[in-house]
Design a protein around this ligand. Structure first.
Ligand SMILES: Nc1ncnc2c1ncn2[C@@H]1O[C@H](COP(=O)(O)OP(=O)(O)OP(=O)(O)O)[C@@H](O)[C@H]1O
Length: 320
């Protein structure tokens, strides 16, 4: 750190301070903003750090996937975003709601109005003694939204949008697993939430049903503009969204962005995917394990700042 030179005027210092103060805060324009999120569980006197300073920004209207090995912290993050669990430290904001400081009443309103949730276990999403249409109207009834007729009309329109008209009067046990998950999406959308969270929604389904469930998420995203975050092990789902974020050891570690490119000569469209490593707010970077193992990098690496990149070398290599 350098101290201001003696010829820096007070006016200049004030100007710099103002510019710093007026700089937009981290994630100010994101719908979901997690900043250095920490969740520590204590079980039998042992502490588990499920989230270790996780940063994540999700823009309004995005449809994105979260992937990661078992135990990496995905469900912990989803439970926090769903308002079911409270982080130990850091900050998490969704649609302007501060998930750390919400009181019980706000939390209830948050779970009812701001987020919708679809769980992996089909049976957990729907009440078994209600029909599909009744399951969808229930959240609206609990919220005291509209009259009976308006609620029925919204349920019908959601059923239509997700191609489930024929399931309207059937109870969950009379529906296939895939149909149940699509009804669960309609239930989660009933109160028109800003964010739809789904934890392994296709985990119990065969690939054809899984595809139809994913198509329902895409439809909700495109037609209603709902922001959707899906935790998945399903490669088909992960490769169909524009952005897939990987979580490793309780932190976001890498991100795959996909875009469509058109070949100028042939006019043919192709999907181009590119993987990025995440640089967190403290400047930390997780190098992929297969890269570090291939070069025997451990504990310490050498860094070199070049004009347009930073070089990373094993510490026993002569510098280029
Ligand atoms: N309630 C809890 N008490 C103690 N430890 C917990 C609790 N919940 C999660 N953990 C621990 O936190 C870590 C992250 O768990 P989490 O369930 O978030 O992982 P995950 O990525 O969702 O895994 P999976 O893909 O297997 O569902 C794990 O080590 C887990 O054992």
């Amino acid at each position: 750190m350098t101290s201001p030179s003696t010829d820096t005027t007070l006016a200049e210092l004030e100007q710099r301070a103002t510019a710093r103060r007026d700089r937009p805060s981290y994630g100010h324009d994101a719908l979901i903003a997690c900043d250095r999120l920490v969740r520590i569980f204590s079980a039998d006197g042992v502490e588990v750090q499920a989230l270790q300073g996780l940063d994540l920004l999700v823009t309004e209207g995005e449809l994105m996937a979260l992937v990661g090995a078992s135990g990496s912290g995905k469900s912990t993050l989803m439970n926090i975003l769903a308002g079911l669990d409270v982080p130990t430290a850091g900050s998490a904001k969704v649609a302007g709601c501060d998930l750390l400081s919400m009181g019980p009443k706000q939390r209830l309103r948050y779970r009812r109005d701001i987020v919708g949730f679809v769980w992996q276990q089909t049976a957990r999403n729907l009440l078994p003694y209600l029909t599909a249409a009744q399951n969808i109207t229930l959240p609206m009834q609990l919220r005291g939204r509209g009259r009976g007729r308006e609620r029925t009309e919204r349920a019908e329109s959601l059923l239509r949008m997700l191609g489930l008209e024929e399931c309207r009067d059937r109870r969950p046990q009379q529906l296939s697993g895939g149909q149940q998950q699509r009804v669960a999406i309609a239930v989660a959308l009933a109160n028109n939430p800003s964010v739809l969270l789904a934890d392994e929604p296709t985990g119990e389904l065969d690939s054809a049903s899984g595809e139809r469930v994913f198509a329902a998420f895409r439809r909700a995203n495109e037609e209603l503009g709902t922001t959707i975050v899906i935790v998945t092990h399903d490669q088909a789902v992960a490769s169909e969204v524009r952005r897939t974020v990987a979580i490793r050891d309780g932190r976001t570690s890498s991100e795959v962005l996909r875009r469509t490119e058109v070949d100028a000569a042939t006019g043919l469209e192709s999907q181009v995917a590119r993987e990025y490593a995440m640089l967190d707010r403290a400047g930390r970077l997780q190098l992929p394990a297969d890269y570090t193992e291939a070069l025997g990098m451990e504990h310490r690496v050498m860094l070199e700042l070049e004009q347009d990149h930073i070089g990373v070398w094993p510490d026993d290599q002569p510098r280029p």
